[in-house]
Design a protein around this ligand. Sequence first.
Ligand SMILES: [Zn+2]
Length: 442
Amino acid sequence: MLKVFIPNNHQPERKYTLSILFEKLLNINLSVETYEDNQQSIIQLPNGKKIHLLDDFFSKQKDSYLELENIPERPVFLINDLTSENNLPVLWGKNSIEINNDSIHIKADIIASAFYFLSRWEETVADKKDALGRFPDEQAFLIKHNLNMRPLVNEYAYFLMNCLEKLGYNQPTKSRHYTLIPTHDVDKFSRLDSFSKAIKVVAGDVIKRKNIRLALSTFKNYIGIKKGTQKDPFDNFEYLMSLADKANTKALFFFIPGKLGENDVYYNISNEKVQQSIALILSKGHSVGIHPSMDSFLNKEQLSQEIDRLSQCGVKVSSGRQHYLRYQLPETWEIWESLNLTDNYGMSYHNTPGFRCGIANSFPAFNVKTKQVLNLNLHPTIIMEQALFKHCPSLNDFKETCRQLKNTCKKYNGEFVFLWHPENINLPEWKAYKEILESLYH
Ligand SMILES: [Zn+2]
């Protein structure tokens, strides 16, 4: 147990961040008290030694800090021997640390910086949105400063643990384990389930892909599906479940509970074949969650209706990800919580790989408007195959980025959540990536 003394302002924010850094990431229990000092937080070890953490943000703010101008232009890099990388970037404070026998004084504001990434308040104050109303990747502080490949909050926790050990902290801590979580948004269910669809694909093979052999094989595939001897190219549920089984983990499949004719909906959730696939996934011990449709991200009534539709398929709906990663924060999270959804996998960049929340683990969401911790766990998605493809068109860069991010998650005993759409696996342009997909499971 560590005693922590915090300044008497912005307590919900400070307590939330300390609980993630120490209790979640380091498995160290805290007792937090407030005191009348606005300059620093103090962590007191059982042996009486102390870590002083400079407060360079919250104590300077009035009640609300939710202003775009509060975001600094560039990071400050703390450089010393106790960090896991060559430097430790923060948003506030300075590059200064003093190490004595019975105390360490850290002048970089780690608490406010960790809170910035975890709470996503930069998204709430952003003045630019993309065409779908989403927070654009290029507005993210981590992307602007090329830090998206680093889980900085994990680095902060690692650094704080080293500081504790330097001062003689030697209590046993439970260690966390690396977890692999493959997730699959089912945007489309079948490619060749009707003659008209098959003809369109064949025409695409000839005109767009200029490949007559491919066109013939598509048509043969269509005949095989009709006879029941072949599978639809989008039907990769068993393949993905077998990969997850071999890696001793569970695959999560998120279905759009829509009806044909609704915005960006390509299958009926009530279709018999869709229902059979859902039943198969559940019978094999894997999970089914919700992929709420395009228009649901600010519409509680619609999301509620979609949850009902998926529940009618025998699914206990608790987890998922918004289609097109369409979020407005904190409103979309509030709607999820109010409908008793508990696990959200949507915190992923749209066009870039890496850590959108600066962390490689799941953690509870914080509502910056009500200053409350939400009953909603966020599981940041580190790789989405389509985003990575836009970022790294070369197969080798794609492969290397996957390897790097997976190893980073392993290094910090994180949760490696990736998203791979089942419908892409057998498409001609994605075939070469199948080997990379399989490498993610090792
Ligand atoms: Zn989707």
